[in-house]
Design a protein around this ligand. Structure first.
Ligand SMILES: [Zn+2]
Length: 332
């Protein structure tokens, strides 16, 4: 059997044995199998009828709801194994026999209805390294939830409404799950649409009152309320309006909130490091669990993490293109 080749070109191309695989490509391409790890827009493409797409059923449904028709997808192919990557509903890692393990986006911890990523040994590891720099170590989730409840309580005491902001798919469902006890509880329309698909898959989230910004921006109550909304800049039209008209306090949630300047850069009043990715120590543990001979890094701190892995004795290098920057992560 020939050597496995991993290249970065239209997502990640893997040639192994007699098969070619495309992993999270940005456009339709030629491959025996095309793997879509999860339904964030930076991991999806406009599928062609000739592709055989491997993804979870939840990913197919979430993708369709976001305007990406993956067509018929398959989940069971000989030699391929889909493992829960713990990132969002339906997210999967891919294992090709015991030769290659691709993480997609992965989380290293249990939180709410999501489990930490499953891992299995493989000779080659292709991994996301979004937070692959030592300063990114996230606090325990329970501690963060306690702090945020304290903050909301303070704001309610002062008569102020609070807007919790996270990516509409993934983070916003965690926020809906973690903070259901506050009333009135509003759910932004784009979040509610994703919540409904979660309900279909057995994840029961508080419905609250649906907030359509086109209809309800001027009819919210005065005084305290809580809203779960998509993460966007505080100076954007809707959030600026909620601030001005109701005195709303904006709270952003992202792993990037580890950076002290993050809240300010997002025009938010507060920010908390709640992430759906592995932090630095979880990335390191993931590598140890897979115990690979070769590692390829993609997304985020690719150079830095590959260098750190080499200093730990692993053979590691970057997949040069297909990198993401901070700004890419505000829209997924
Ligand atoms: Zn993602």
């Amino acid at each position: 059997m020939g050597r496995t080749s991993v290249t970065s070109n239209n997502g990640i191309q893997v040639d192994y044995g007699s098969r070619t695989y495309l992993l999270d490509p940005t456009r339709a391409g030629r491959a025996d199998y095309t793997f879509v790890s999860h339904a964030h827009v930076d991991h999806m493409h406009r599928a062609s009828k000739t592709e055989t797409i491997v993804s979870s059923e939840a990913t197919r449904e979430l993708a369709a709801a976001r305007g990406y028709d993956l067509g018929e997808t398959v989940q069971s192919v000989e030699g391929l194994e889909l493992l829960d990557s713990g990132h969002i509903l339906g997210s999967r890692a891919l294992r090709i026999e015991d030769e290659l393990f691709y993480t997609g986006d992965a989380s290293g911890r249990n939180r709410a209805f999501l489990k930490r990523c499953e891992t299995k040994r493989a000779r080659v590891l292709v991994m996301e390294t979004t937070y692959g720099s030592p300063e990114y170590v996230f606090p325990p989730t329970a501690k963060l939830v306690r702090e945020v409840n304290g903050l909301i309580g303070d704001m309610y005491h002062r008569g102020k409404p609070v807007v919790l902001m996270g990516y509409p798919l993934g983070k916003a469902q965690l926020l809906t799950y973690f903070f259901p006890s506050w009333e009135p509880f509003f759910v932004h329309d784009s979040v509610a649409r994703m919540n409904e698909i979660h309900a279909k898959h057995g994840v029961r989230l508080k419905e609250g009152r649906r907030f359509d910004p086109e209809k309800h921006a001027d009819s919210l109550p005065h005084g305290p309320w809580l809203m779960v909304a998509p993460l966007s800049h505080g100076r954007g039209r809707l959030l600026a309006h909620l601030k001005k008209r109701y005195g709303a306090v904006l709270v952003a949630f992202s792993g990037w909130a580890t950076n002290p300047g993050y809240a300010g850069s997002m025009g938010a009043d507060y920010a908390f490091p709640l992430s759906d990715h592995c932090d630095y120590s979880e990335l390191t543990r993931l590598v140890q669990e897979v115990s690979p001979e070769e590692v390829y890094t993609t997304h985020g701190f690719v150079e830095e993490f590959a260098r750190d892995l080499r200093s730990m004795g692993f053979s590691a290098r970057t997949l040069a293109s297909h990198q993401s920057s901070l700004s890419d992560y505000t829209s997924v």
